[in-house]
Design a protein around this ligand. Structure first.
Ligand code: DAT
Ligand code: MG
Length: 173
């Protein structure tokens, strides 16, 4: 048996996945991987976060629609959010990519998440339900973009202490 290659991967259930109530189905499918979840939160996606997440596609004609889509702009207030998670384990990146399926939902295997639940809109947006990191470099960049060290259980990447500058923030009333 080869030595395990422990990887971390960012998974997003995109706004269409939430709108279609697919969270349970997707988590069940991902559970087949036997990976562990080391971070999870609901995120309202800012323009800046959307742009940074998809920076590699900034010159594509579909980039503006892609930003609207990941921000959930077409689904109403309740669905302007994503469920962001970090899965960890042996070969995590490819295991999750396999279950997610091909980028184009019309080309994705019909038993994959994108094949079963995705669609292409009349505007040409790939509503493909889920994001999954595609390399170790991408997953590290994406996880550090979406999560703070304190939001991850375990030390998956080196972190350092920093002094917070005095700033206003919310506490429970
Ligand atoms: P993936 O999400 O499979 O990693 P990607 O990183 O190349 O694919 O692209 C990110 C997202 O951009 C993808 O999930 C859907 C959208 N997208 C990619 N290619 C597209 C295209 N040709 N037309 C419309 N949307 C596209
Ligand atoms: Mg990608």
């Amino acid at each position: 048996m080869s030595t395990p290659d422990i990887q971390n991967t960012l998974v997003l259930i995109k706004p269409d996945g939430l709108k279609k109530s697919l969270t349970g189905n997707i988590l069940t499918k991902l559970a087949e991987t036997r990976l562990i979840i080391v971070g999870a939160k609901v995120v309202s996606v800012s323009r800046e976060l959307a742009e940074q997440h998809y920076i590699h596609l900034k010159d594509k004609p579909f980039f503006p629609e892609l930003l609207n889509y990941i921000q959930g702009k077409m689904y109403g207030e309740e669905y302007k959010r994503v469920l962001a998670m970090v899965y960890r384990g042996d070969g995590a990146i490819q295991k999750v990519r396999d279950i997610a399926g091909s980028t184009n939902p019309e080309e994705a295997d019909s038993t994959s998440i994108r094949g079963a639940y995705g669609r292409i809109t009349t505007k040409g947006v790939f509503e493909n339900v889920i994001h999954a990191s595609s390399s170790t470099a991408d997953s590290e960049r994406e996880i550090k973009l979406w999560f703070k060290p304190a939001e991850i259980v375990g030390n998956i990447y080196p972190a350092k202490k920093a002094m917070a500058e005095a700033h206003e923030h919310f506490v429970w009333a």
